[in-house]
Design a protein around this ligand. Sequence first.
Ligand code: DGY
Length: 327
Amino acid sequence: MRKPTILVAREVFPEVLVKLQQHFEVTSNQDDTIFTPEQLREKLQGKAGVFTTGSERIDAALLAACPELKICANMAVGFNNFDVDAMTAKRVLGTNTPDVLTDTTADFGFALLLAAARRMAESEHFLRAGKWNRWTFDMFAGAEVHGSTLGILGMGRIGQGIAKRGHHGFGMKVVYHNRSRLDAATEAACGASWVSKAELLATSDHLVLVLPYSKEAHHIIGAAELAQMKPTATLVNIARGGIVDDAALAAALRNGTIAAAGLDVYEGEPKVHPDLLALSNVVLSPHIASATIPTRLAMANLAADNLIGYLVRGEPLTPLNPQVLAG
Ligand code: DGY
């Protein structure tokens, strides 16, 4: 029997490709070309499955042009590149990669918080530029992290990971805002209390954004919200670009509305707002919060196992729209 055909839309670990080749006729992209929507549509002709990353947009127009497509397996926990409603309407399954990246991403969120609050990037640039000629009592004095108030917007698995690090590791008071409140046992394990969004903004010394992107979350942090934060506060975004209004954030950092920021994601990335690039009180990283080799390998394997699970056995591991499976 002919193996199902799939497209792996970006470069992946060779061992993951070998695993996929055992089950499928694979069209790979080890040159790592970023396909235009037209190229993606063309490459997907006749394919039953696609291994995607955040750079491939799966929408109604693409689905209409690829009637044989049955599954899109994203190598990411976020799936804002998928129009899940359009996929469900066409009975195309979507899958993502939850859990395997939780701790790695939470580690990085904390690293950005520390780097921004304690001015690590700014002071390193100063040193490398040969400007360090003497120690001074207040040189690059930053914000205290231990014992301060950690705010978290979005309290899923990664948010809880950040909360635990702050509470258990740094003795922080943890407050969070989320549409749904955690149960008491989970709140206790995270040392976290639910507060309104207004209270979160007003009381956080360090605010970490970990909510998924949605239309409702677009620019959920803009000029008005930044104005409600402490002038000494740090903002960290490891969620998705578009959640923060980057232009408003740059203005807030420039004007001293807040003290510092750490960003891993950007509106329109890989482009970064030029005003952010010009500021020294923001630490900028290129969407690498989940980037350790073991974690990226686990993410790639989970995406591959979703393709194998669904196309070979009819049982995906982490479906986003399980209603597609029901009959
Ligand atoms: C994720 O898994 O969503 C990360 O942002 C990598 O894209």
